[in-house]
Design a binder for this molecule. Structure first.
Ligand code: 2P0
Length: 331
């Protein structure tokens, strides 16, 4: 089995370091329209299937990274210095271990999220994508987007998709070392597309996605159906994007999210993220659609729903879902 450290060595082979004073980077958050749920290699975050997301432009993470002077890494999140034993600091330091030139080299890391903390958009994808870019910038490695996607994936799978704006496809790959498992931008623009976050509950989720997907792969008897389903949904979604067929995009994304949640529910012990409010929101969306409003939804490993709609319906959506956080992924 290849280790994450070996992957870093492979990516950096023959690459000269040209250390800078600091590395600074921004990466957008992303929301999957065809989901990633399940790994074929946990150490390298190699997925069982491909996935396809849309990046959220101004919602994301900014990271500044420099060599530190303290006894250990100094880590700040949203201007607040974190205790070394906080889960965020530990996860960031463990990731930085992959790049630490010597054991006594410490980092100073300042991360700021422009993802509203309670908006129900994950910040780990944008955080690790920005961190991978910042590390490469600090050491002056001049890496390609593909190489950065591979390095970001080692921090969090979905981070592989946060190196680019627009529609991004992460190819699962088949290589044991994951050198063919990276994400690329699709050549498509959709300026009218809108994503709306409806926050129903901001509490911490009962089962993290890392543990949840491990449990689904191990115990869900329908999991063997999932790769075939994803392949069909990826083809349908790419066709919808190429034709700018919004109904087909919405149908595919909503059905894929519901299929993922069905897998979760058929896991043992079951994983159910939906709350009564989630089911009520789904029914409301279906009723609005029945009345002719073209709105669909997607959901991740949590109880919140993300609406998919077009710019022409933004006023109606804001009226029906007060407090919805609207993002225009194409600016
Ligand atoms: C996704 N999720 O495609 C899916 C849908 C959650 C549900 O990617 O263990 O934080 O770091 O690779 O990327 C969340 O999983 O998991 C996720 P790791 P990650 O967006």
């Amino acid at each position: 089995m290849t280790s994450a450290r070996q992957v870093v060595q492979t990516v950096l082979a023959g690459r000269e370091s040209n250390p800078q004073k600091a590395g600074s980077a921004y990466a957008p958050a992303n929301i999957a329209l065809v989901k990633y749920w399940g790994k074929r290699d946990e150490a390298l975050n190699l997925p069982v299937t491909g996935s396809l997301s849309i990046s959220l432009g101004p919602l994301g993470s900014r990271v500044e990274l420099a060599r530190g002077t303290g006894a250990g890494d100094g880590i700040w999140l949203n201007e607040e210095k974190l205790p070394g034993d906080s889960s965020f600091a530990q996860r960031a330091s463990a990731y930085l271990d992959l790049f630490r030139p010597s054991p006594d080299f410490v980092f100073e890391l300042r991360a700021r999220n422009t993802v509203p903390t309670a908006a129900g958009f994950a910040s780990s994808a944008s955080g690790f994508a920005a961190l991978a870019k910042a590390v490469a910038g600090l050491f002056g490695w001049g890496l390609s987007t593909r190489e950065l996607s591979i390095l970001a994936r080692l921090g969090s799978g979905s981070a592989a998709r946060s190196l680019e704006e627009g529609f991004v496809e992460w190819r699962a790959g088949t290589a044991a070392d994951g050198m063919d498992s990276f994400a690329e931008r699709l050549e498509a623009e959709w300026p009218e597309l809108r994503v709306g976050a409806v926050v129903l509950c901001a509490d911490e989720k009962p089962v993290g996605s890392r543990a949840g997907m491990r449990r689904s792969v191990a115990t869900c008897e329908f999991y063997r159906e999932w790769p075939g389903r994803v392949a069909k949904d990826l083809a349908a979604l790419k066709a919808a994007i190429a034709k700018k067929d919004f109904a087909a995009l919405g149908e595919t994304a909503e059905a894929n999210a519901l299929a993922m949640h069905a897998l979760m529910a058929a896991t043992r012990p079951p994983i159910v993220y939906a709350l009564p409010e989630t089911v009520a929101a789904m029914r409301k969306i279906w009723a609005l659609r029945q009345d002719g409003l073209p709105v669909w939804f997607t959901m991740d490993a949590g109880p919140n729903v993300k609406l998919l709609f077009e710019a022409k319906d933004e006023a109606t959506i804001r009226d029906r879902f007060p407090g919805v956080e609207v993002v225009a992924p194409f600016g």
